[in-house]
Design a protein around this ligand. Structure first.
Ligand code: NAD
Length: 240
């Protein structure tokens, strides 16, 4: 992917699953990747690779501030190239059974986490920088659990607000909507729920983390230089 060589990109929730795939793919394109997640130790996914790991809870303003200070002191004159807001959690309950605390937790990670990331790191970006939010097919439909669906619809709104606000600075903001991807998140879902989703997926298979990572890497790169405010499903036509 063009325009990534030697440029710094931050990925959140990158200890495994799609975030790790995004980090590794960006590094393979020559980017200096800072992968972040809740774990204190660098996750196994990055051992023996060029991906640097830092702990970051995306709901922590102080955590974002520390990362921004680290970047400010290491970037030199070269602006931050990209931020992938990938961290996400789910809570499998219908609206009537969703406790306030669970609702708050899902919204805090999936929406507020991305908002804090954009606020903290956009000042380090310039013309040609790119923010990618990882949404979900849940953000295009109403078939999923309540808090998760609401959070991913909200993330779409945040994406368009940010694309509008930061566009004049040459910063692009887009959102990717994965369908049924093989990661820890889906490994924990009830089989009946996954079977139902697979039945509605015209490509008749699940997706792999790499297949989302390629779209995210394209959006960070200069190949997507005129793509902003876009929503790209990577869902095997599930939402068609
Ligand atoms: P995953 O569970 O493997 O990855 C999510 C990561 O986010 C984990 O490593 C977790 O530790 C991290 N995380 C959770 N809370 C955090 C916090 N407060 N701060 C920092 N990191 C935190 O699942 P995944 O499928 O790789 O999920 C990646 C993204 O893709 C999520 O936003 C998810 O909602 C979205 N998504 C997944 C699917 C799917 O089918 N797997 C479908 C649509 C969208």
């Amino acid at each position: 992917y063009p325009g990534l060589e030697g440029r710094t990109v931050v990925v959140t929730g990158a200890a495994g699953g799609q975030g790790a795939a995004e980090a590794l793919l960006l590094a393979a394109s020559g980017a200096r990747v800072i992968a972040t997640d809740l774990a204190i130790e660098a996750p196994a996914a990055f051992q023996g690779t060029t991906v640097a790991y830092r702990r970051l809870d995306v709901t922590s303003e102080a955590g974002w501030e520390i990362l921004a200070e680290h970047l400010a002191s290491t970037l030199g004159d070269i602006p931050l190239k990209g931020l992938i807001n990938n961290a996400g959690i789910t809570h499998r309950a219908r609206l009537g059974q969703t406790a306030r605390a669970d609702w708050d937790r899902v919204l805090a990670v999936n929406v507020t986490g991305a908002m804090l990331g954009i606020q903290a790191l956009a000042p380090l970006m310039a013309e040609g920088s790119s923010i990618v939010n990882i949404g979900s097919a849940a953000g295009l439909t109403a078939h999923y659990t309540a808090a998760y669906t609401a959070s991913k619809w909200a993330l779409r709104g945040l994406t368009h607000v940010a694309a509008t606000e930061y566009g004049p600075r040459g910063i692009r903001v887009n959102i990717v909507h994965p369908g049924f991807i093989d990661t820890d998140m889906t490994a924990g879902a009830p089989a009946a729920m996954l079977d139902a989703q697979l039945d509605l997926t015209p490509l008749e298979r699940t997706g792999q983390p790499d297949e989302v990572a390629h779209v995210a890497a394209f959006l960070v790169s200069d190949a997507a230089a005129y793509v902003s405010g876009a929503e790209i499903p990577v869902d095997g036509a599930f939402t068609s």
